[in-house]
Design a binder for this molecule. Structure first.
Ligand code: LLP
Length: 433
């Protein structure tokens, strides 16, 4: 079981010392439960893992899960924050997140987003293309400021993960390719352009990665690039390796733990620097999923149970692809726990479906659970990353609330959407009234 999960004397699942069945009763379902202690632990592990380096920073990738409350927690944890849009930047600033710890990413930032980043004086803007480099130089000059930048490079590494979440390969919409020379051209231009200060290079090879070989290859390629740049007289002092470490969804998953992963990167970096006669750069990493993924659990109430003899038994819950699009989008596999009957053996096989008008709206496939009854509370762990942040109002279902739990107390991070929220921006054109 993930994070602080336990089973209490009533046989109920507890998270952060809170009874999940009580949480469902108090806040309703579907409900995202956020285990604060689990995030605190992961953040501490990451920082400790990099402690052998003279200079390092852990930047939380906000796209995994960002709310004003989350930004406040990230600030308190002393991490940096990676944002990828004006909306994420705005959310961070709403929490008074220190701008110097914000890293602004994106492969197609709009002019207004670049201006917002310059106006907020964010720590680093991660430039993705030669076009953006020119554009940013002009915008910074117009404002009389200097943009501190990283260049996002594409190292040409193929990580073993779902093709939709691979990003380091040569055929990618992201970044400046090392092969072919676009990356080095950008370094030269960045050095010459006015109002641009090149501080580092960045890469991100993909997400939900379990095997270290792709990270290993990436460190070497990036350090080769930094050595080549140094030969031309361009000394790049910071290296941001992005995120990507996988998490456990089911017992079949065996990701490296955060501490080992961080130590592995730190060791490889130090070796690679030594081999190339370079000083060890400042190392930055941008974990999203591995910081919050296992800290999130979604609670649902079981409704209709449909037995198809000789085929399967469907149990439908009150959420689905609206709150967890990852199953239909990436064939992600999750497990389920019956939060109100944790001591009972799983001796019935179910396919758990959502309530959307879509056959593909399924959450769990052929899972073994105790015999389900309508009203049971189903918990799906490891839904803390890319679930709330990718949720939708498909079928005009209101988005669930998000509740943080910590040492027996619970507090709302995001209110449950109401029907009024769904139509708040809707207008009836004059002619149809
Ligand atoms: N840095 C950059 C530049 C990224 O693009 C990403 C993720 C991260 C860091 C964080 O990666 P993580 O540690 O979370 O793997 N929606 C997909 C995942 C997309 C990841 C996009 N970039 C999913 O649900 O699997």
């Amino acid at each position: 079981m993930n994070g602080t999960m336990q089973v209490n004397a009533q046989g109920h699942l507890t998270i952060g010392g809170c009874d999940a069945v009580e949480l469902a009763r108090t806040y309703g379902t579907p409900l995202y439960v956020f285990d604060e202690e689990a995030v605190r632990q992961r953040a501490a592990e990451y920082r400790q893992a990099l402690s052998s380096l003279a200079d390092s920073e852990v930047i939380y990738a906000g796209k995994a899960f960002l709310t004003v409350g989350m930004a406040a927690l990230v600030k308190q944890l002393g991490l940096g924050l990676d944002v990828v849009s004006g909306g994420e930047l705005f959310t961070a600033l709403q929490a008074s997140f220190p701008p110097e710890r914000i890293f602004f990413h994106g492969n197609n930032k709009s002019e207004s987003e670049l201006n917002a980043a310059l106006d907020a004086d964010v720590g680093r803007i991660v430039v993705d293309s030669l076009y953006e480099l020119q554009q940013l130089s002009q915008l910074a000059r117009a404002r009389g400021v200097t943009a501190r930048i990283y260049l996002r490079l594409t190292p040409g590494v193929e990580a073993h993960t779902h093709s939709y979440i691979q990003t380091g390969q040569s055929d990618s919409k992201f970044g400046l390719a090392i092969a072919g020379g676009a990356a080095m051209k950008a370094v030269r231009q960045a050095q010459e352009l006015a109002n641009i200060q090149l501080l580092g290079v960045h890469c991100h090879i993909g997400s939900q990665i379990f095997d270290t070989s792709a990270f290993d290859a990436t460190v070497l390629l990036m350090m080769d690039f930094m050595a080549a740049a140094a030969q031309e007289g361009h000394y790049i002092k910071e290296l941001d390796l992005g995120g990507g470490l996988g998490i456990r969804h089911t017992d079949d998953d065996d990701p490296m733990d955060v501490k080992m992963f961080g130590e592995f990167l730190a060791d490889r970096l130090q070796e690679a620097a030594q081999e190339r006669g370079l000083p060890v750069p400042k190392l930055l990493i941008e974990p999203g999923r591995s910081l919050v993924g296992e800290a999130g659990t979604t609670l649902y109430t079981v409704g209709v149970i449909k037995e198809l003899p000789g085929i399967r038994t469907y149990a439908s819950v009150d959420g689905g692809m609206g709150d967890n699009p990852r199953v239909s989008l990436y064939q992600a596999v999750y497990e389920g726990l019956v939060a109100n009957r944790m001591m009972e053996p799983g001796n019935h096989t179910y396919t758990v479906a959502g309530k959307c008008c879509e056959s593909g709206d399924k959450l769990l496939f052929d899972v073994e659970l105790p015999k389900l009854e309508p009203g049971d509370i189903l918990a799906v762990p490891s839904t803390g990353a890319y679930n709330y942040s990718m949720s939708s109002n498909y079928n005009l279902l209101p988005r669930p609330a998000v509740v943080s739990v910590y040492q027996g107390t619970s507090e709302v991070m995001v209110e449950r959407e109401q029907y009024q929220d769904l139509t708040r921006l809707h207008k009836i054109p004059q002619r149809w009234r």
